[in-house]
Design a protein around this ligand. Sequence first.
Ligand code: SDX
Length: 428
Amino acid sequence: MAESAEIILDGKSYTLPVIEGTEHEKAFDIGKLRDQTGYVTLDSGYKNTGATKSAITFLDGEEGILRYRGYPIEQLAEKSTFLEVAYLLIYGALPNKAELDEFSHQITKHTLVHEDVRKIFDGFPSAAHPMGILSSLICSLTAFYPKSIDPDQSAEEINLNILRLMAKISTIAAWTYKNSQGHPLNYPRNDLDYTSNFLYMMFSFPTEKYEINPVVVSALNKLLILHADHEQNCSTSTVRLVGSANASLYGSVSAGINALWGPLHGGANQEVVEMLEAIQRDGGDTSKFIAKAKDKNDPFRLMGFGHRVYKNFDPRAKIIKKAADEVLAALGINDPLLTIAQELEQAALTDPYFVERKLYPNVDFYSGIIYKAIGIPTEMFTVMFALGRLPGWIAQWKEMRENKEPIGRPRQIYTGELERDYVSIENR
Ligand code: SDX
């Protein structure tokens, strides 16, 4: 007998079907609730509300589990490459060698950006935040590829837009950095792999040859893999909601970039390093900042700590913390911010306030230490998060479209004025 939930409203009993996922997560389906009962549910921040069924990423916040298409991120971070993981997320299976070579070749082929995009770039002041430039330029791709706006485009045309987006975001991201530094832009090189090409476009100078360091390439690959998807987080839900209106992939991802920019979401990696630098400037007394984070009258939060879903260690934070130690050692860097971060972590993990609220370091706590070590400036950290998260956004948008999900339109409970008549301005 299939499980069901019973609710009793105004003395009447209603039965709601229960659905169970492959990992035995359960939900009761309220798809017909309002029609049957006249009631809607209310769940500010969707803390208890499932928006969709998805086969892309599974995470268990209590157990600290994260898997892409069933593969544990610990194995993918150790053994895979970012493009292979992107293929896995977008197409649902690990590619064989021929498939991966073709995917990589197609992406390499599309890394060049239309010269008119440079004219848009030139319009941005050097002080413009890279995330604002990135979301604008990704949306501008609809102007250069107008067929991407057509909701009835073929699967082949959708796939071409996916390849273009995966390829061009790395060029545009590197150009946002060069634009912020007032440096000449670097054009992509077809002889380099995805991650090496990005580093080349970021750091190469006409005056000196940029040596691509395999330690840096490996660390960046790992970071991009760990950021690649995270089921229905704020920015991914934004991409799905915008895409559910049949908006283009480029427009949907541009919206997701803006959601990710928020300091409570992807913007936290920039905030973490700025917080660590503030602690360093203040003399390094972490206990003072722990007290501020606990003080209800102080808006200060321990950035990089806490998570809506993980009530245990964020498994990505564990891997990134280990990688931070390895990269700094390999590059011979002694970053005092890492020491402050480790002290902060230890203090928080033993403090009842954090323990009671199950606040642990999240993906953003250590990632900035690595970005900084490989020369990426703080303002570019969230751009790096977007670069990593892109295949996840694409995969979720594609799944939503293929499943023909309806346009997202939540309900509300109205708490405003009752009906009243208009009053002319003379009588107000
Ligand atoms: C990402 O969803 C995802 O999957 C996101 C992400 C992804 O991969 O897409 O994992 C990426 O966004 C990671 C999170 C990055 N953000 C930060 O590091 C910012 C700092 N953390 C938070 O502001 C907070 O923890 C959130 C936003 C991450 C989660 O917020 P929730 O789930 O809405 O929890 P909450 O704000 O209701 O906090 C519960 C309690 C509150 O205290 P009480 O009211 O119960 O007394 O915990 C406290 C909060 O004040 N709290 C913190 C805190 N985070 C929560 N107190 C101090 N410092 C913090 N960081």
